[in-house]
Design a protein around this ligand. Structure first.
Ligand SMILES: [Zn+2]
Length: 179
């Protein structure tokens, strides 16, 4: 499948995820929220950050599998990753910095349509990100070390992001007829 089809699939999956977040009371959309965003576009409230977060994760995961071959998409992806890393480094978000560094290298480690097109990939990626972020967080806090319980708690609290990761990725597999 071509880039445009996967982008459309990702946008569809992203809208479903945003709707799911609202349906399960993860967010509460109101008309105030929209007015607030228009008057304050550079300081969005928590709900807008969550909704755009799940939307972009789904779109990203719909495009992620085809980053395993040299293309215009791949070049733009690495430009974007570079920019993200600069912003995270300046913002001292070292857990996310490490997670994105690891993940951005993963697509090029294997052949085209290799592991990136496996149905277990989004689950492994989600757990991997949670472990890296938790490991980094536990190394800088003095009162509580790293534990598997924290991983489980973090996965439970962030299920909507895991859902977005899986749905976006599965939209790609469905369009490639690999489900
Ligand atoms: Zn593909």
């Amino acid at each position: 499948m071509r880039f445009n089809s996967h982008l459309a699939g990702g946008i569809g999956a992203g809208l479903v995820c945003a709707f799911t977040a609202e349906l399960f009371n993860y967010t509460s959309v109101s008309t105030d929220m929209v007015a607030d965003l228009i008057s304050n576009p550079f300081s969005p409230n928590k709900d807008i950050i969550i909704l755009s977060g799940v939307f972009f994760i789904a779109v990203f995961m719909a495009l992620f599998p085809d980053l395993d071959s040299a293309s215009v998409l791949q070049r733009w992806f690495y430009r974007l990753v570079f920019l993200c890393l600069v912003v995270l480094f300046i913002g001292d978000q070292m857990g996310l910095f490490a997670a994105i560094t690891f993940i951005s290298l993963l697509p090029v480690l294997h052949k085209h349509r290799g592991w990136t097109h496996s149905p277990v990939t989004p689950f492994i990626l989600a757990v991997f990100i949670i472990i890296i972020v938790e490991l980094q967080a536990s190394s800088t806090r003095w009162f509580n070390g790293f534990s598997l319980q924290d991983i489980w708690e973090s996965a439970k609290n962030n299920w909507i992001y895991i859902f977005a990761c899986v749905l976006g990725h599965y939209s790609h597999l469905a369009l490639d007829k690999r489900l």
